[in-house]
Structures are given as C-alpha cells and as structure tokens.
Design a protein around this ligand. Structure first.
Ligand SMILES: Nc1ncnc2[nH]cnc12
Ligand SMILES: [Zn+2]
Length: 337
C-alpha cells in the first residue's frame, strides 16, 4: 500500500452518491437468484463481470435494471444494504446518504413497504454494528413520467420519518429536470430535501434547471457545469455540493481517461466537490478506490484529499453540530498523520 492509499484508507469520510441497487455484487446476485428461484442470463460470476463494459449511461442502465430483478423480499433488501455498509465501514465511511429507486421494484410488483422495511433494517444494523449513520434518498426514474413520480411520492408518505430527500436519476438525455418541477415542489412541501443527477451526460442547461426549477440542495455529478463559466461562478458562490464519481465517469465514458478527469480543476475553481462510488459493483470500486484512482491520475495531495473528506460532511444532510464534529475528526486525523 502506498503512503497515499494508506492515508485515504483511514480518512474519515461520508458517501453522498451511492445507489444501493448499484452495490449488488455478482456473488450476491447469484445467491439471491438461487434463493428466489429467479433465472438470470449469466452462467457465472465471471460472465456477469465480463458483461460490465459500457459505452454510455444507457448501456449501463439496461444491465443495472436487469440485475435488480433478483431483489424480491425484505431480507434481500436488508442483505443488500448490509453488504454495502460492511464494505463502506472498511473504507472509513462513517456516514452514508444512499439512493434507492423504488419504481424499479414497484413496477415489478414488489411493494414499497418491502423495500423500505428491508433497507431500513440494514441501515439500523449498520448503525449498531459499525457506528455508521445513514439517510435514504428516494430517486424518481426520469425516463418515466411525472404521474408515476407523483404516485411514488404518495407511497412514500407513510415513510417520511425514514426518508431524507428525493433525487432524480436514470436516463438523463431527453429527460430534463423541468419534467419533474411540480413533483419536487410537492416533495419540498412534505419537508424533503432535494438532489438531482444533472450534467453527467446532459448539458449545463440541465444543471441550471436543477438549481432553478427543482431547487436542489445538492447536485449529483455536475461535470458538464465546467462548460459554462457563469454556472461555475454560481455554484461556487452558492457553495453547492457536487457529488463526483470518478470511476463511474470513466466506465460510462463521461471522461475518456482518468488522466483527463476534472476533479482537480473543480477543486481549483473553488467548487465544493466530493468523491463517491455511484454504483460500486458495476464500476469496479468502492469509495476508497475512487479516491485512489483520482488521486493517482491527477496527482492529488493530502491537502486536497482532506478537503474532499471535509466537503463530504459539509455537503451532507447531517445537522450543523454533527457536521462540525465530523470535520473536527477529519482535521485531527490529518494533523496526526
Ligand atoms: N450514474 C447514474 N446516472 C443516472 N442514473 C443512475 N442510476 C444508477 N446510477 C446512475
Ligand atoms: Zn448516480
């Protein structure tokens, strides 16, 4: 282990952009397929991994939604969450705000309550076993319509005590944030915070819409904001947190090579950027792999890594006191190493 990867390994951090369905490792996919008697179109774990070669977001989404079909019972969702939290704990994650895609499940006849009971059981166990705190972000699938998003929001109402925010994910191009402005307004009225994927494949205009129409508290990805200097200035001025996902960007061809990743340009511009894993089972790495890959390719130093870790808490939905306590832990770790 290099000095830098040892430093990353124990750096306290929060993860703010991780789709729980995207943490389904092929081994668990096979175990759940067997347990539930579900056919999957692969012979082996190796064959699954070999199929994970994508040329854009849609390529990935097609296989990601197919993989989620093995998730059927409350226990499956609990096992999925438990596996993620065990792995995250090993990476020094002390707080996670995780996405889930209820429509992927309710559209297959799995009830919203089954998903919620399973995920929240996994979250509560992670708190007890590892001391990891966590929050849930309900994502609407943007390739579906506004009415379906409203129906999902209604299903969430009995669970608002366990849901922190709503998000927007799936196929970005052709599905601008404006399509969901009224749903996000209704979510805000219910007291939910708001985030949205924007500027991953979509143009800077989608980032403007996420800010102006969805009134997001945090921006997921946001890479293409760099094409619009006025937008960068605004994001810096508003101290908007961007949840950047380097290995995802590489695997989905948002960047051609990690050596071209803009993470250091974003930091230099004064953007409040964080590093996250997005869909770790599909993109070849958990959060520390993402820190390591970006640090190596872009020559990030300890000070930049500490800024990224501080940002992960500052950009979280923890209380101001909790944020301050975590930031103090990051600073004392940095001072002691
Ligand atoms: N990177 C990503 N972008 C959009 N939707 C997603 N769903 C899971 N991962 C995603
Ligand atoms: Zn994502």
């Amino acid at each position: 282990m290099t000095d830098l990867s040892a430093f990353i390994a124990r750096l306290p951090k929060a993860e703010l952009h991780m789709h729980i369905e995207g943490s389904l490792e092929p081994e668990l996919m096979f175990a759940l397929a067997r347990r539930n008697g579900v056919e999957i179109p692969f012979d082996s774990v190796e064959a699954v991994r070999a199929a994970y070669s994508f040329s854009n977001l849609q390529d990935f989404l097609d296989i990601y939604y197919q993989g989620a079909d093995v998730l059927r019972t409350e226990e499956d969702f609990r096992d999925l969450a438990a596996a993620y939290f065990d792995r995250a704990a090993a990476d020094g994650v002390v707080h996670a705000e995780i996405f889930f895609d209820p429509q992927t499940h309710t559209d297959r006849g799995i009830s919203f309550d089954v998903v919620m009971r399973g995920l929240t059981a996994g979250m509560d166990e992670a708190q007890a076993r590892h001391g990891i705190s966590s929050k849930l972000i309900l994502c609407f699938l943007r390739h579906l319509d506004e009415e379906a998003a409203f129906a999902t929001l209604r299903l969430a109402e009995p669970w608002l005590h366990r849901i922190e925010a709503v998000g927007l994910d799936s196929s970005e191009l052709g599905h601008p944030p404006e399509k969901f402005a009224r749903v996000f307004e209704a979510a805000a009225a219910l007291g939910l915070k708001r985030v949205a994927h924007a500027g991953e494949e979509g143009p800077p205009e989608y980032v403007h819409q996420a800010l102006d129409l969805l009134k997001v508290d945090r921006l997921d990805h946001g890479n293409r904001s760099l094409e619009d200097p006025g937008l960068i200035e605004r994001l810096v001025r508003e101290q908007m947190t961007l949840t950047v996902c380097p290995l995802s960007n590489l695997k989905l061809c948002v960047v051609g090579d990690m050596a071209e990743h803009p993470i250091d340009r974003m930091l230099d511009a004064g953007l409040r950027v964080t590093i996250n894993s997005d869909d770790p089972a599909y993109f070849g790495g958990y959060v520390n792999d993402n820190f390591g890959a970006a640090a190596e390719a872009r020559g990030l130093d300890r000070e930049q890594l500490v800024t990224l870790a501080r940002n992960s808490f500052l950009g979280s939905f923890l209380s101001e006191d909790e944020k301050a306590a975590h930031v103090a832990r990051v600073d004392s770790y940095a001072a002691g190493t």
